[in-house]
Design a protein around this ligand. Structure first.
Ligand code: UGA
Length: 347
């Protein structure tokens, strides 16, 4: 991949692995709206992308990366975006082996195939590779920050270690054109699931709090809700991918944080913000909205749960190399997400 991609070039086909997921569904929509490209999409589920299944520019394959023939087929395309992963902490303890297969074995096979074919592999890693970041830690730098992980036995880190090994493997493959993306808590319509409706278990915090609000249940603050995150609108995330497409030369061989450092809040603060946004969306007094309670991490998620206390991205690299900066404020992102949640689940 020597040049940047032209959005009006109708000879380009991009492979999107995980095209039916939260980020994938937004990416498909944007590719069809902003470019003339075709998409070869792979996923095990398609309910978020029903509207695209009949689009002549879209070919959908219901499969996953466990199938080596599928991996070879994906790697025939010049640009491959890999979004497929188990990425909900609720699963890292009880399903550690499956989490490692999904976040190491499968992407490793795809990286080998892309190295052979010469495709540009844009791999979605995680902000969690920085590990058990402390409350006092500063902005995380893509190439300099130190990895800190908790007790060796805490299976919370099954995911982070698998993702990190994949990053190291990709960077070690001499012939691979790679870019690594490290998302910082993307939020927006179609994020995760509503337990008991279109998924089971504990989704990430935005979907979990949204579910509690609409069901009239208390919002659970794990270990007091002291951990901080920088919630980032999925629309900013999609703009990042387009900045990367437009600056392929600058992006190849680099890892990028993608996050909105201005949107940092503690989880306890997030709960209060979501309570007041929910009251406004439903047109009810805030006092009528469910409150919060504290739960212990191990009691809530199971033995082996651990946490990062602060995840603040340095955003300078994406700005300097790609001209990208996230813009959407937290309040607007939460209003969009909660309105969507209430409407989508018809509550
Ligand atoms: C997860 C993934 O592990 C990361 O790889 C991914 O990058 C990140 O989501 C993301 O969305 O970008 P994490 O931020 O820990 O990481 O995910 P959440 O489950 O959303 O938890 C965020 C914080 O909220 C944690 O401190 C958690 O303990 C807390 N939490 C979660 C609650 O207090 N209550 C809940 O109901 C759920």
């Amino acid at each position: 991949m020597n040049a940047s991609l032209k959005f009006d070039d109708n000879s380009i086909t991009v492979a999107v692995v995980g095209c039916g997921g939260f980020i994938g569904s937004h990416l498909l929509q944007a590719i069809f709206e902003r470019t003339r490209w075709r998409v070869f999409g792979v996923d095990l589920e398609s309910y978020r992308i029903q509207e695209h299944l009949t689009n002549p520019r879209f070919e959908f394959l219901c499969a996953d990366l466990a199938d080596s023939a599928v991996v070879e087929r994906i790697a025939q395309y010049p640009v491959v975006v890999n979004l497929a992963a188990i990425c909900t902490p609720g699963r890292y303890m009880a399903e550690a082996a499956e989490v490692i297969r999904s976040n190491y074995d499968h992407p490793r096979a795809l990286a080998d195939a892309c190295a052979k074919s010469g495709s540009w592999l844009i791999h979605f890693s995680t902000s969690e590779i920085y590990g058990k970041t402390a409350a006092a830690s500063g902005a995380l730098l893509e190439d300099e920050s130190e990895i800190v992980l908790g007790p060796v036995s805490a299976s919370r880190w099954s995911y982070a270690t698998a993702k990190l090994l994949t990053e190291r493997y990709m960077a070690g493959l001499a012939d691979l054109n790679w870019t690594v993306v490290r998302p910082f808590n993307f939020v927006g319509p179609f994020m995760d699931f509503m337990p008991g409706v279109d998924g089971d278990g504990i989704p990430r915090v935005l979907a979990n709090f949204s579910t509690a609000l609409v069901r009239g249940e208390t919002l659970k603050l794990v270990n007091g809700g002291l951990a901080k995150r920088c919630f980032t609108s999925v629309h900013d995330a999609i703009d990042f991918i387009f900045s990367l497409f437009a600056h392929a030369n600058a992006g190849i061989g680099q890892a990028f944080n993608v996050g909105n450092a201005d949107n940092e809040v503690s989880i306890a603060e997030l709960a209060q913000l979501m309570r007041s946004v929910f009251a406004a969306v439903k047109g009810v007094p805030e006092n009528d909205v469910p409150g919060v309670e504290t739960v212990s991490g191990e009691a809530y998620y199971g033995k082996g749960y651990d946490d990062s206390l602060r995840r603040l991205p340095s955003v300078a690299k994406a700005e300097n190399l790609l001209g990208f900066k996230a813009k959407i404020p937290l309040q607007a992102a939460l209003e969009e997400s909660l309105s969507w949640f209430v409407g989508h689940y018809a509550l």
